[in-house]
Design a protein around this ligand. Structure first.
Ligand code: 5CA
Ligand code: ZN
Length: 426
């Protein structure tokens, strides 16, 4: 599907190296060095209650990663999904009395507008689950044939035109561990008790009768009365959650791509299971680095649709907040930390934006020239971002530079290229 408009990204003299990034699987900093093109998959929105500042912070982190890769001279191939058919979306559509397709389409449109306003680099492939139903069904059929998936009796499944009712299909974790190099927990490193608790909390069904293992995840949900469904190679129904991302990532990026990303709420079960499905389908690891952002909280809890404690990008924009200030407020936090949004953070970011504009690119007249070397400032920005995307450190460099540099225009261009904040516009 259509993504959104790509921001202009200027180039600056010199270049970054490949960035070092925290890898969840090994809990260590690793060099995110692409073998050729940098290939990135980031889990996209489930389109309702978009775009809150937690979403924005997550997509901004992977935008920063891409800016470092681009500065290092790599091409980037970026794919992102939209979970446009899933239980929470369907529940919200029912509660509010709109068609689920209409809810999804309007929220994706709002998300596009917000991403564009924030200057976030769009994915090259922006793929809705409803666009890849056949591919997902084929992948599930392949797992069935390989003995890596199984049917669970589904008495409430509807009877199809062929007089047969389908069954829900599940991934067989134990079989996959036996037949592939993948192990459950490779990415999350969690113990089984924690896995069971998170699985129940995050869309899993540990108590479903008929499963071989309580943690086996759903691959294909057989058609139920009143639910969206598609005819397919594995009977009428709709995709499970994790397989959707495995199939879209493999289709667009191939195997063993550079970085798989998302918020830390996705580490388990979503990313552990997506990696398992991808290994089972391809015989190769999903990605080289598994990168996760911290959670943004508000009013004492994780900002989440289910709690309703949301600050929306569109809400701030409609109050007249400059998107560049939103961006600077988010960049002032390290992408891996859990932190809480407050109005004071926004106030500080607005102040910072004004200070940077006055120092490096005033709307009228020339910027004041100081003695600090702008080239050194650019190198310090690169060093900060190369070190696990340390944007707060980059802002400290700029705060210092705002006292006066010998080439304000160079710093202005570097801020635009590396941090995506265009000080020249109004
Ligand atoms: N559609 C799935 C992924 S396949 C999903 O998690 N959608 S979402 O709309 O809930 O979240 C979209 C992205 O924002 C995910 O990467 C998620 O990890 C991230 N995210 C959600 N809430 C927060 C938060 N409070 N702070 C930071 N990131 C968040
Ligand atoms: Zn996903």
């Amino acid at each position: 599907m259509r993504a959104w408009k790509r921001p202009e990204i200027p180039s600056i003299p010199g270049s970054s190296g490949a960035p070092w990034l925290h890898d969840t699987a090994t809990d260590s900093l690793v060099e995110a060095r692409p073998t050729d093109v940098a290939r990135l998959y980031v889990c996209g929105i489930t389109p309702y209650d978009a775009t809150h500042l937690g979403h924005a912070a997550t997509y901004l982190a992977f935008d920063t990663l891409q800016r470092v890769w681009l500065d290092a001279g790599y091409q980037v191939h970026y794919a992102q999904n939209v979970t446009d058919v899933d239980d929470p979306l369907l529940e919200r559509a029912t509660q509010t009395g709109v068609e689920w397709q209409e809810l999804a389409e309007s929220q994706v449109q709002l998300f596009r507008t917000d991403m564009e306003a924030l200057g976030i680099i769009p994915p090259n492939d922006y793929v809705a689950v409803t666009e890849v139903i056949d591919e997902v069904a084929e992948a599930v059929a392949q797992l069935m044939t390989a003995g890596l998936a199984y049917e669970v009796p589904t008495p409430d499944a509807v009877v199809g035109a062929d007089g047969m009712s389908g069954s829900d299909l599940y991934f067989d974790i134990l079989a996959a561990e036996t037949q592939t190099d993948w192990r459950l927990g490779d990415e999350s490193n969690l113990n089984r008790d924690t896995m069971l608790a998170l699985f129940a909390e995050r869309g899993g069904d540990p108590d479903r009768v008929g499963k071989r293992d309580a943690l086996d995840p759903l691959l294909w949900r057989a058609a139920r009365a009143g639910e969206p469904q598609w005819p397919s190679a594995v009977g009428a129904g709709r995709p499970g959650w994790h397989i959707e991302c495995s199939v879209i990532a493999l289709k667009e990026l191939g195997t063993d791509f550079t970085v798989q990303g998302g918020g830390s709420d996705l580490i388990f079960p979503h990313h552990d299971m997506s990696a398992g499905h991808a290994s089972a389908l391809s015989g190769h690891p999903l990605a080289g680095v598994y990168s996760h952002t911290g959670m943004v909280a508000y009013q004492g809890e994780k900002m989440s649709k289910s709690l309703g404690n949301l600050v929306l990008v569109s809400g701030l924009r409609s109050q007249g907040v400059d998107p560049r200030a939103i961006r600077l407020a988010l960049l002032a936090q390290h992408y891996r930390s859990n932190w809480a949004w407050t109005d004071a953070l926004l106030g500080a970011a607005e102040h910072r934006l004004a200070r940077y504009r006055a120092a490096f690119a005033p709307a009228s007249g020339a910027a004041p020239v100081g003695t600090l070397s702008a080239a050194t400032v650019v190198e310090a920005l690169r060093t900060s971002l190369n070190d696990d995307l340390d944007s707060p450190a980059a802002l400290v460099v700029l705060d210092e530079a705002a006292h006066g540099v010998d080439d304000p225009a160079l710093v202005t261009t570097a801020i635009d290229a590396l941090l995506g904040v265009n000080l020249r516009g109004s």
